[in-house]
Each structure stands twice: as C-alpha cells, then as structure tokens.
Design a protein around this ligand. Sequence first.
Ligand SMILES: *Cc1c(COP(=O)(O)O)cnc(C)c1O
Length: 376
Amino acid sequence: MIEIKNDKIWLSSPHMGGEEQKFVNKAFEENWIAPLGPNVNGFESDIESYLQETTHAAVLSSGTAALHLGLQLVGVTRGDTVLCQSFTFAASANPIAYLGAQPVFVDSERQTWNICPEQLEKAIKASLNKGIKPKAIIAVHLYGMPYKVAEVQKIAEKYDIPVVEDSAEALGSSYQGVACGTFGDVAALSFNGNKIITTSGGGALVSKKASIKKKTIFLASQARDEAPHYQHSEIGYNYRMSNVTAGIGRGQMMVLDERVKARRENYKYYVEHLSDIRDITFLDEPENVYSNRWLSCILTESYERREEIRKKLEAYNIESRPLWKPMHLQPVFKNCPTFTNGVSEELFEKGLCLPSGSNLKSEQLEKVVELIKSIG
Ligand SMILES: *Cc1c(COP(=O)(O)O)cnc(C)c1O
C-alpha cells in the first residue's frame, strides 16, 4: 500500500462537522438525487434563520450564479453600466460581462479595504455627467470584513441605484449587529471549497423579498412556465443546487458559529505573535463590526518583503497567497473605466493571506509564525 503523506498546510481547506453525511445519506435513501428535495428546502430555511432579518434564500450551484441572477433581477441588461469594487475576486465582476454590461471599477478605502464611498460617488457623478445612470453597485465584504454599509447605502439611496452585496466571503460576519448578506437589494453567498463553510461547490441568493426568491428559483430551473408540457417565455439557467450537496450544507450550518470562532482565533494568534515584527500590520475591526476573519491577512512594507515571506512558507510546503489582484489591473478588464486612489494597488503589492482554515492545528500556526519570525 502506498502511503500518501499530506503534511501541506493549506490556506483554507474544507472542514466537515460530522453530520453532513447523514443528510447526504438521507438523500440517497429517499432517492432525492435531484436539484430539488428536502435538503434544498431545509438548507434554505437554515440560512434564513441564521441571517435572522426577514430574508429569503435560494440555494444555487455557485456564488457566481447568485451574482449573475442577482444582477439580472435588479434590472441589469446589455449595454448597462455597473459599478464594481475593484479589489475583489474576479467572480464579483465576471457576471457583469455575462450580461453584456459594462463594468466600471471603484477603488477601496483603508479602513475596511472595501469599496471607497468617495470614489463611488465620483464614479456615479462621472457616469451621470455622460447621461448614463449606473444600474447597480457591487460592494464586497472582502476577507469577511464588512464594507462601510451605512455610507454605501446612503449613496445608493441618494442616486437610487440598487446594491448587489457580494457576501461570498462574509457568512458569519455582521455590521452593527446585523448579519452580512442582508444589506443589499440582493446578496450572494458562496459555499465553495475554500469558504467559511462549504458544500464542495454552491451558493445562495438572498433577498428581503419573497418574490425575488421565487423568481430566482424560476430562472435557476430553466424558466419553465406553468404548463403540463415544457413551455418557456424567458431564457432560463440550470443554476439550482442539488439535493445531495444541500445535504452537506445542512450539516455545515450546524457548525458555522464554531468555524467563525476558530478563524477569529487564528487571526488573534497571528496578531499576538507577529505584531512585534518591524513592518507587519493587520486590519483591525472598526467599531461595531464583526468579521468572520475568513482569511487572516498581513501587510508588509514592500512587494519584495511580501514575496520573501511567501517564498519562505512555500519552501516549507505552506500555502499563502498575495491579496486579491485588483480587477482594474487584470488583463481581461484592462479597458474598463476605473476610479482609483492607489489603495488596492498598494494592498496587492504588500499584502499576504496566511493559512486560515478552521481546522488548523496549533502546531501548524506555530510553524507559520516561527518561519516568518526566522526571516526577521
Ligand atoms: C468565492 C467568491 C465568489 C464566487 O463564489 P463561487 O461559489 O466560487 O462561485 C464571488 N465573490 C467573492 C468575493 C468570492 O470570494
């Protein structure tokens, strides 16, 4: 027998709680091997009760699918302009292109690393001056840190533009005591393999309106009209979550709070042990903000220094990753208008995500710290 040695320390790996398989087995026993069934409904109500505010959740095949349908449901169509946080993962912006709309990227502010309200208003005014009203704002709670919700909301209301809240990394985070995933006109959650909880792959579209949930499910299930035969008056998608994967989600919801706690403990450990290194800094939580600390991030003094740390860890089979490369620097989006202030470019240059999984052992955290300290 070949023994596979797997001592790699991952950035963020799946962490099952133990109950997941029971729900999956039940799907097999009852033959609900389909994109509908009791686990799908159960997972949706688990999410709705977790988020507390009156929310309605539709579970889908991915967070990207949720953003795609969310943009469509707030009215984005071909040729429209959509404002999007530049400092994010490409999945926040790609759905703008799926709809044939035009992304305009907006830089971040330093307090939360998320969309800068000043740059956002500048972008809106510039667009209005050209006679174009932006059709949506995509704001992201990056790394689980809530964006400036009140400020963004105020601007969105002033100009009457819907907000698509990308909460893919922020399940379990809250802003002034209110759960992330409940602020936008629509919000997207992700259950991809590296997220705070996972279904292997999956997502959800959350809204305060039951009608949005209904329409999401309709569109995600091929937009079938009510008829005994197959009839379609709209273009649909095959985006619904399977009842098998939803079973994993039900088990994961039972341990979500524990997962958040463990990730916050990781972050705390890094702060306690790395803060006295000359150039390393962290992103504190602003007042009344609670981050799930999906990934623990550090800032260093320079690109070279960030690379030195990353390569040292890599040499010891430890995965770390530079902060997200801003969308306005991505080759695929290079011709898109952008409102920049230098913040996201600097974060990308100097920032690094450290191993952050909820299943990290204390020896593993110690090893990461020890190696970084050894560089000096
Ligand atoms: C993971 C992620 C997504 C996409 O979610 P998937 O489920 O992987 O499609 C979108 N936005 C952000 C910020 C993410 O981190």
